[in-house]
Structures are given as C-alpha cells and as structure tokens.
Design a protein around this ligand. Sequence first.
Ligand SMILES: [Zn+2]
Length: 111
Amino acid sequence: MKPPRDPDLELRGKLVRSLGSLREMLPGSFVERKRACGRPNCHCADGKRLHSQFQISVLIDGKPKALNIPADWAETVREKIEMRRRFDTAAATICGLNLKRFLKEKEERQV
Ligand SMILES: [Zn+2]
C-alpha cells in the first residue's frame, strides 16, 4: 500500500530537487545605473539617452565592494544573483515546513 500523500512533503521534495539548478548563484545585489559619458557629441549628451552601467554590490572578506560588470555579461550575472534570492525563498519555505512538522511531533511526544 502506498502511504497517503503529504502535500507538505511533496512540496519539500520539489523544492529540494530545484536547488541543484541554483548552484551558480552569486551573493550581492545587482545595480543598473544610468550615466552620461561626458563626450559632447555622444547621444547621451541630451541627458535622456544615457548609458547603462552595471554593477554588483557584494561583500568580499567582509568589506562592501562595487564591481563593474560589462554589458555583455550583465544578464548572466543578474540571473546568478536572482538565483540566490530563489534559493533563500526555497530555504525559508523548507524551514517553515520542517518547523510545522517538528512542532507536530513535539506535541505528539508530550501526550
Ligand atoms: Zn555617452
């Protein structure tokens, strides 16, 4: 006989299996800044069509650093930082499910 379905365990299993796809995650936050380059003939001189400058803010050896990211790499790096957010969300959900199970078991032990 199959054990009864437990939606919490199914969700936990699904989340745990999804973590492998987040293995390239990076810490920090991704920042896109708009700036003028200063060349008078550039399109950015109108103050509207500014250049995008990409950076990540990250702690390195405990110190905050802002690292410039070339435009052709920006989307990849942005996704890696987004993976960290999804990892944290999944971890919080897993902990929440486990806490619920723990509290239930604790109650049962005290009967
Ligand atoms: Zn410019």
